[in-house]
Design a protein around this ligand. Structure first.
Ligand code: UD1
Ligand code: UDP
Length: 376
């Protein structure tokens, strides 16, 4: 006899989706019949994000190719998922964020007439070129999804302004703070033991070419100037990124280039750092939780909440600005300030809210979950 539980398919493909949807899977798995579906957009990095949670995907479509194109990832995702959806008849599909997997998952659900919930909906820069192609992925996915889980009040406002005010929704907080909280408890991470450590990551497409060269030049100058700081840079597996990073930054004694790390190891590193230099969305949200100021290697962000609070600094790929903010942060021991600020991105209860909302949506529970509210 089949399960009487509602069937949910969680579609994920890249490292950040694995990390940010692992807590959602854990919150849903007892109440629902849940499949964790990997498209395989990322091969190694996906599992580096997921394995620390002790989760294995139900299926992996294994679509990744070296130096893959956007078109190939999208078409393989839509085709592969559609075949599965015809067979499995999910009551709801969940997608996350703004990757090609996100758009593919939302489109495959739409084509197969399965309601789709978008986790991390409503983040916007208002510029389709930044981040590229993620801004478009997010706008398009939001438009065709049935439920919109906006992480913050600001992201829900964006959706309302786009005419989606009547759409089923909840402001949840970002699930990355749930992921981080789970790991912090498990690993006993202490954020008070700071070292002269700087964590660096970059990967964004809009930074490919000369912006990435400017970023690396600034990091080189900083490493040479701040010799008492150790810089650790886990380099993304994208060959375009690795080529530039290794050509500019290899061989500097206090700068270590490593392969991408398992999520738990990366968090242990980040928690000890005094500064992060990154163009990553996830690290922008995680840094403040660990009292780490984030110098953002982007000139615009769809997560602006940290900027007026001075826990995130928008430097762009501008080498002078990157160095200026770095000086400010170090000279003012700014990690001490950030350690005392509330995190505007989430409170560690987003997955619990999503599970409660879906239970209410499907008539399993009468309780309507309360929304995440930012603390100022
Ligand atoms: C993708 C997402 C981006 C997200 C990022 C997280 C899109 C368009 N981009 O960018 O939004 O922020 O993931 O990291 O969806 N590679 C490997 N092994 C891996 C992962 C990647 O070798 O485990 C290499 C492959 O050569 C692959 C290339 O990196 O072709 C690019 O991967 P892809 O997912 O297309 O783009 P990302 O830049 O990783
Ligand atoms: N991360 C990781 N190992 C690393 C670098 C980053 O596990 O070596 C984690 C990081 O903590 C964050 C996520 O990966 O949760 C960010 O992923 P990425 O930068 O690839 O994507 P984005 O957040 O920009 O979409």
């Amino acid at each position: 006899m089949g399960s009487l539980k509602k069937r949910i398919g969680i579609v994920v493909g890249t490292r950040p989706e694995a990390i940010k949807m692992a807590p959602v899977y854990l919150a849903l798995k007892d109440k629902f019949d849940v499949d964790f579906i990997a498209t395989g957009q990322h091969k190694e990095m996906f599992y580096q994000g997921l394995s620390p949670f002790g989760i294995k995907p139900t299926v992996d479509l294994k679509i990744m190719e070296q130096s893959q194109s956007l078109e190939s990832v999208l078409s393989k995702t839509v085709t592969g998922l559609s075949e599965m959806f015809k067979d499995k008849k999910y009551d709801m599909v969940l997608v996350h964020g703004d990757t090609t997997t996100t758009l593919g998952g939302a489109l495959a659900s739409f084509y197969n007439k399965i309601p789709c919930a978008h986790v991390e909906a409503g983040l916007r820069t208002g510029d389709l070129d930044y981040p590229y192609p993620e801004e478009a992925n997010r706008v398009l996915a939001d438009d065709i999804c049935t439920i919109l889980y906006a992480p913050t009040p600001w992201s829900w406002d964006n959706l309302k302004h786009e005419g989606l005010a009547d759409r089923e929704h909840l402001v949840t907080g970002n699930t990355v703070i749930d992921a981080l909280t789970i790991m912090q408890k498990r690993l006993g991470i202490n954020t008070d033991e700071k070292e002269n450590l700087v964590v660096v990551t970059t990967h964004r497409r809009e930074n490919w070419g000369s912006p990435l060269e400017h970023i690396c030049a600034a990091i080189k100058d900083l490493a040479l100037e701040f010799k008492d700081f150790k810089f650790v840079f886990p380099v993304h597996l994208n060959p375009v990124v690795r080529r530039v990073v290794y050509s500019v930054l290899d061989g500097i004694p206090n700068l270590e280039l490593t392969d991408p790390m398992e999520y738990d190891d990366f968090l242990k590193l980040l928690a000890r750092a005094k500064v992060a230099l990154s163009d990553s969305g996830g690290i922008q949200e995680e840094g403040p939780h660990f009292g780490v100021p984030v110098i953002l290697l982007r000139h615009v962000t769809e997560r602006p909440e940290g900027i007026p609070r001075k826990i995130v600094f928008l430097a762009g790929p501008d080498s002078e600005k990157i160095k200026e903010y770095f000086h400010f942060v170090v000279e003012n021991t700014w990690w001490e300030y950030v350690s005392n600020q509330p995190n505007p991105y989430g409170d560690g209860r987003a997955s619990e809210r999503i599970a409660a909302h879906l239970s209410h949506y499907f008539g399993i529970s009468e309780t309507i979950p309360s929304a995440f509210e930012e603390v100022f």
